[in-house]
Write a protein that binds this ligand. Sequence first.
Ligand code: 1YM
Length: 639
Amino acid sequence: MAEISTQNYDENQIQVLEGLEAVRKRPGMYIGSTSIRGLHHLVYEIVDNSIDEALAGACDEITVTLHKDGSCSVRDNGRGIPAAIHHKMGIPTPEVIFTVLHAGGKFGGEGYAISGGLHGVGASVVNALSEWLIYEDCYNGEKYSGSFERGKVSGPFKKIGDTDEHGLYVRFMPDKTVFDETVFDYTTLLNRLREQAFLNAGVKINFIDERYEEKQEETLHYEGGIISFVEHLNAIKHCDVINNEVIYIKGKRDEYTTAEVAIQYNDTYNETIMTFANNIHTVEGGMHEIGFKSALSRVLNDYGRKLNFLKGEEKLSGEDVREGICAVVSVKLKEAQFEGQTKTKLGNSDIRTFVDSLVSEKLSEFLEENPSVCKSILEKSLAASRAREAARRARELTRRKGLFEGSTLPGKLYDCQERQINLTELYLVEGDSAGGSAKNARNSRFQAILPLRGKVLNVEKSRLDKVYANPSLIPIIQSLGCGIGSDFDINKLRYGKIIIMSDADVDGAHIQILLLTFFYRYMPKLIDDGHIYLAQPPLYKVFKGKQTLYAFSDEERDAYIAQLGTKGVEAERYKGLGEMDAEQLWETTMDPETRTLLRVSIEDAMQCDEIFSLLMGERVEPRRDFIQKNAVYVTNLDV
Ligand code: 1YM
């Protein structure tokens, strides 16, 4: 046992408690937020430790279970945590891992050269934010256990037997006094676990949900790694692929630095590039992404010229060569620097040149050996280039006419007086008659109304040139004032809340999805920053004599009928917004005091891409299946 004075021990204990107290005081600083996102982060923190153990080559199976009582457990078959008393802290190492903030990095195991360098950091944060946490540690033939309550030791570390097994088991109950919500979302966790299984080829991740009658179980195990990843991304888009065989590139710069790229083009107009650094999804991109993109453009331009696809001054832009691309870029490096607003942008500049030269060399080789694939990619890029040229002309035209400038507002817009955007709201209203009701109902001081005429363009099936010229979208773009695509400027946005108000029927749901698809593809920042909302008009009006109640569901309607008494009560289903008079519309759907708004958020880009491609893409079959299976959710789509 390490020599340590009592005084030191106490000091350490105080430091430990202060550390975890800080986490409980400001959970957002450690896990981002206390929303459902933060809740899921708890699971990721623990799973990441198991993944790190897999990266060290010591673990190949991880099991994540959501239990009936609301807790979550993670088991791995790694080495387990050393049981010895920690030399500095004077307490058993597992207790250090679960109680000392930033414990991980200090241990600096050799095997972790390429991990984020944060090994074990999350365990103490999870512990601090859990009502209780228990662990079983199988290490060197012996089995130990211990437990905590809100970060404090409740059951001290002790040996409970001998064992042939090895690895760590952790089970925790998220603290309901910390999180806004403590029910894990199966799909969100599944997508993240699948992503980790793709990124760590060969690691088997079992995901079990025991919370409901029907137990769900999924085994995520991909020997193909990121090759399987891009195949999966294309498969869930329900589109056709251009190159059947995924282009796969792998390279090593030195002992600590590797890069892997997988590319498969599809027949859509979208670009899906997912980048990772040390298995962390770099949502904001960074140097690896820049290196990849510049190599891709250069190589395809070189081949385009060589094969006479490009003549004279013709050149493919980055966007042209990325139309329809689905790619995963994964780098592993020592001392990764994460920058940007959400710390998900890779800052190491040497990685740019490494990825750039690796992709240039290997992609050229591939195209040389696969001329037919090379031709189809070039043809697709060229088609994209021509469409972009047409779009540029359309945009020039709109610019010359001043069509999208802040000063030009569409004739149909009923604007509000207020100019401060944190106070203003724009209602996008389906149809002229509902638009009329909304115009009379609104508070014109801060609420603007834009009636939508005609069908909103399905942007998933159209290129940019069509978007610029579309009569249903132009008034929206003009009203918002912030431009679209590469012209987008959030500072020019004219309203803080953009509220889609459509009928509570299938057509209304369709309009919602068309508009959401448009925002998602052309102004994603509006969704990211939480500007997009769905209004919730009532489904029924229940009345008796002079008394009227509005019901937003069948249950509510029945409850109101019971409340008002059965004799002479009538319930009426609203067929559309236009049926409500101004007063009713204000009371039920537009009055900030009484209305319900659903804020649209993108929890998971992958899930979102999947749903939009499915709902709005070319294929009818999978869409019908999805709508049939999820009919109830479609109107409440929260993607
Ligand atoms: C269910 C979560 O945390 N597994 C896990 C954690 C560690 C080790 C193995 C491990 C690491 C090292 C050496 C090392 C951790 N160890 C530490 C610390 N699963 C889970 N499995 N031996 C075992 O890093 O050198 C922190 S986490 F600090 F002790 F090294």
